[in-house]
Design a protein around this ligand. Structure first.
Ligand SMILES: *Cc1c(COP(=O)(O)O)cnc(C)c1O
Length: 374
């Protein structure tokens, strides 16, 4: 599905040098590389503040903590997402409210969202799934009209652009109240382990986030709020400092592979290709087909036999996960989410894909026709 080895081999020398520098400095926690990374990423994203933390899940948790939500407050999330988005809501004693997604873009449905807002709703967490920014302009309008915070789960779409109707282009994660991202190895910008960050243009929130991520202290051993221990290791920051200058190149490589699939698989009768909103330039963290006619599992098996990996993101709606039983009424169901969980299949996509690999995969995918007819 991914080829991290080839990606890192190209930067091997620089990565080793950066690791040695950190070892020589012995500043493993909050070393200077961390601030350098935060500032460079803030420049890249055109956002005032980036605060790193231990992983993307922590970023979401810290965002909710910084907004001082109260037990029972409702937070709206799409039901078709990775578990982390809703997990942190439940963990903090808040109420996850799940809404459906748009079939074309896999992102939160605005009509579903509008219907789910109650007087207890305090925040929305749109997830920019598979590399594409959610439809943020109408979403922000809705949030503003109801005085709701917006936390963008941008774990999968770092670097994606979103164009507003006035021509302004913003990066995913910098549009809402707080943006959250992850540097898990397979994300758009991956470190060699776990890592995450929050971003905001609000200086007060930025300070609070920084405090919460570091045991609720501004000054060492003086704890103003209950926080957590969630920091990006200096080693990971040093590695990210080597990789960040290549992010644009990584995104372009993903787009090139995505575009290749779009053209080559245009006439694939058994599947529907991912679509993107005109307002967003996707980053193809995943390339996800919707397989028609209940043939998804057959298709996956067929690809496996031909030596082509594929993945199902995600096989089960959030509201059907045992862990979330108590948050959803019995029989709760969202039609698009249900359909997607039964039909989605993601093909290999990464920064190192060669044209012959892409063409081989497409040839096999298109051949499914005959096999499917048997
Ligand atoms: C990866 C991911 C996260 C969590 O990031 P981690 O760094 O693995 O904790 C959250 N939300 C989404 C949508 C993700 O894909």
């Amino acid at each position: 599905m991914v080829d991290l080895l080839s990606q890192h081999k190209k930067l091997e020398q620089q990565i080793f040098e950066s690791i040695h520098r950190v070892i020589d400095s012995s500043a493993f926690i909050k070393g200077s590389e961390v601030a350098v990374f935060e500032n460079t990423l803030a420049d890249f994203l055109q956002v005032s503040h980036v605060i790193t933390c231990a992983n993307g899940t922590d970023a979401l948790q810290i965002a909710l903590m910084a907004l001082e939500l109260h037990p029972g407050d409702e937070v709206i999330v799409p039901a078709f997402t990775y578990v982390a988005t809703a997990e942190v809501i439940a963990l903090l004693g808040l109420m996850p409210v799940m809404v459906d997604v748009d079939e074309d873009t896999f992102n939160i449905s605005l009509s579903g969202l509008a219907k789910a807002i109650t007087h207890r709703t305090k925040a929305i967490i749109p997830v920019h799934l598979f590399g594409q920014c959610s439809n943020m302009e109408p979403l922000m309008k809705l949030a503003e009209a109801h005085h709701l915070y917006v936390i963008e789960d941008n774990a999968q779409s770092l670097g994606a652009n979103y164009a507003f109707s006035n021509g302004h282009v913003k990066k995913a994660g910098t549009i809402g109240t707080i943006g959250c991202t992850s540097f898990f190895p397979t994300k758009n910008l991956g470190c060699l382990g776990d890592g995450g960050a929050l971003m905001t243009n609000d200086p007060g929130l930025a300070e609070k986030i920084r405090m919460i991520a570091n045991h609720g202290q501004r000054k060492k051993y003086y704890h103003e709020v209950v926080g957590c221990n969630s920091r990006l290791d200096t080693l990971q920051a040093a590695i990210l400092n080597v990789k960040l200058p290549h992010l644009e190149e990584y995104l372009n490589a993903r787009r090139k592979a995505g575009d290749y699939y779009q053209i080559a698989l245009k006439h694939f009768n058994y599947g529907i290709l991912p679509a993107s909103l005109p307002a967003t330039e996707p980053t193809y963290n995943q390339f996800t087909l919707k397989i028609r006619g209940g043939l998804r599992d057959k298709m996956k098996e067929y690809l496996e036999q031909k030596g082509i990996p594929s993945m199902i993101y995600y096989p089960l709606p959030l509201y059907k996960q045992k862990a979330f039983n108590k948050f959803v009424p019995t029989g709760f169901s969202l039609p698009v989410t249900e359909k997607l969980c039964e039909s989605v299949l993601s093909l290999p996509i990464h920064t190192e894909m060669a044209e012959d690999e892409l063409s081989y995969i497409c040839e096999i995918v298109l051949d499914f026709k005959e096999v499917g007819a048997i």
